[in-house]
Ligand binder design. Sequence first.
Ligand code: SF4
Length: 249
Amino acid sequence: MGYKAKFRVWRGESGEGRLEDFTVEVNEGEVVLDIIHRLQATQAPDLAVRWNCKAGKCGSCSMEINGKPRLGCMTRMSTFTEDETITVTPLRTFPVIKDLVCDVSFNYEKAREIPSFTPPTDVKPGEYRMQQVDVQRSQEFRKCIECFLCQNVCHVIRDHEENKPAFAGPRFFIRIAELDMHPYDVRDRRPQAAQEEHGLGYCNITKCCTEVCPEHIKITDNAIIPMKERAVDRKYDPLVWLGSKIFKR
Ligand code: SF4
């Protein structure tokens, strides 16, 4: 059975804007992105929203729904009561271009700072042999759809623009961890580099990133904490320190 829902949507450009109220039809089985599309079709044709697959796999329709970072296409209207006002706002951590569309280029700049996979020169493609456990470890991190909800919720940069130059963020900590744990990556990726060059030390493992990840990647437990432990081992364990001096890694 359909009903009329109350929506409050942020409208504006370049930091100037306001919340606008709408009453809009909702049908059974719909998600928040369906309602945004209905608003575009009926009441607000110039409402800007980024979306693509509508299947939770492209990571485009990231937004804040009642203050929580979520994918519009994966948030069912049935999670709200019919008399609830649903507030939809753009991601807070990135500059707004228009309405619900943000400039997320911060994330692409951070991606460029991480050196790519570097295989050994004496192993040819097709000759790689990996243990299943190593494959599975990478696969978890490779589920990332780059929705940047984890980046958006991270308190290190959410309210602290000044931390952005020194902090890569959770999405890129899983990238660094994946490469650091890859048996065929020969580049020197000491955890200290993640600590010092990519700002791993800023993270105080509140797990907000893990909570919002639509791919259920255990960002904190499986990437950030192991890297922090290894960084501390190398710095404070005299045997590990001595070994790293002798073996240069
Ligand atoms: Fe999105 Fe999860 Fe990837 Fe972060 S780690 S960008 S929340 S899919």
